[in-house]
Write a protein that binds this ligand. Structure first.
Ligand code: AMP
Length: 228
């Protein structure tokens, strides 16, 4: 592997930003570029809902309403996932933490492992653009690659550029009404984490309104710096 772009095993990055900021898209690009593992609590919760676990049953209606799932459930899911061996490569947290309780719990979990947050990167966007970004998005049901009707269409309509699957999915909570609630939840409960990580000295900010590749390049610079 290329030493210049390979962070140490203990790297922990957080992507902060409202729904639609591009956290998932960018986390997947960072995953490939830096050999880190993307941990999306939204994905883990959707898997739990699909599997019909107790956590999934408790989370389903909350997610459909665009509210935040309880801290206890999300922290337990994240803790279990962090224990899996692939996370030793280092992780990019996408959608976690979303409350100060979760941020405190993350700090304690990492401390037990002798780790800490290398960077919390705030992806700065304007709310007005978020509804358009979210309402056009879809993912490949096979490999999980993310697309957007306008900003990142597939090369061939209905076919994944990466794996060739034609099984495309749109999220049930990506409708205008739920998106508005998710944005409200972000401002009320998650945005205070920007000041939280600023106080701890881990915060970086990037402009996340531009083109996907431009944002990826700005993010890579931050990641390269904090993992050097
Ligand atoms: P996301 O895929 O990150 O947009 O998350 C989808 C939904 O899952 C959110 O609207 C919440 O209902 C729930 N969710 C995901 N991550 C968290 C979290 N860290 N804390 C609470 N709820 C979460």
């Amino acid at each position: 592997m290329d030493g210049a772009t390979t962070p140490t095993a203990a790297t922990v990055l957080i992507l902060l930003g409202p729904p639609g900021a591009g956290k998932g898209t960018q986390a997947r690009m960072l995953e490939e570029k830096f050999g880190l593992v993307q941990l999306s609590t939204g994905d883990l919760l959707r898997e739990a809902v699909a599997a019909g676990t107790d956590a999934g049953k408790a989370a389903k209606a909350v997610m459909e309403a665009g509210d935040l799932v309880s801290d206890d459930i999300v922290i337990a899911i994240l803790r279990d996932r962090l224990e899996e061996p692939d996370c030793a490569k280092g992780v990019i947290l996408d959608g976690f933490p979303r409350t100060t309780v979760q941020a405190d719990a993350l700090g304690a979990l990492l401390e037990e492992r002798g780790q800490s947050v290398n960077a919390a990167i705030s992806m700065e966007v304007q709310d007005a653009a978020m509804v358009d970004r979210i309402s056009g998005r879809f993912t490949c049901g096979n490999c999980g690659e993310g697309y957007h009707d306008t900003f990142k269409p597939t090369a061939m309509s209905g076919t994944c550029d990466k794996c060739g699957s034609t099984e495309m999915k749109r999220r049930a909570d990506d409708n205008a009404e739920t998106v508005a609630q998710r944005l409200d939840a972000y401002h009320a409960q998650t945005a205070p984490l920007i000041a939280y990580y600023e106080r701890s000295g881990a915060l970086s900010r990037i402009d996340a309104m531009g083109a996907i590749e431009e944002i990826a390049s700005n993010l890579s610079q931050v990641v390269t710096k904090v993992t050097a």
